[in-house]
Design a binder for this molecule. Sequence first.
Ligand SMILES: [Zn+2]
Length: 218
Amino acid sequence: MSRAGSLREPLAAAARTLAAAGLVRATSGNVSARDGDRVAVTPTGAVLAELTSEQVVVVGLDGAALEGEGRPTSELPLHLGVIERFGAGAVVHTHPPVGTALSLVIDELPCVHYEMHALGGAVRVAPYRTFGTPELAEGVLDALEGRSAALMANHGAITFGDDLAQAVERAHLLEWVCTLYWRAAAIGEPRALGADAMDAVRAQLHAKDYRSMLDMSG
Ligand SMILES: [Zn+2]
């Protein structure tokens, strides 16, 4: 089994975790993880809540199928684009209830909580494009510049990280922040944190040596 082959079970487990949390439903959403020049990805058409390691597909960085019988997710070009452009170790694309709802309305999720330092600050909303197209991937990649998360207009959300655990945690964090913003906006105008406040957060993390939390600031 290749090194990326060893990612097949963790990848399936991540997909099941996202489904159990309600961030993906049925066959929507997809996950990838890189090991060297190979990438393990969820297959198209699979129910993520029941995904097994045998169903996970392994492709090369050029998208060529290497292991597994199914076809890779239709969003494979998006995943490979994030891996290539940002050096991501793992990519998580979800259709989360609140994040997707906000993507119908807002152009950017303001930086309303200091935990958003892990996402790179305010989260952009990429323009709507048909799923699985190069145009969608291009818009999302631009929205991710300097960030580790983006919303996708009338579609969903995407996060990436150094590894699966970090990318999945950021997917949970993004949906939590979206929920926070939605609740606050229902009762008033949410206050956003400015650049000075976020600089101070990063300085405090350095001072406290919270190395594992210095996701986007290094
Ligand atoms: Zn999607």
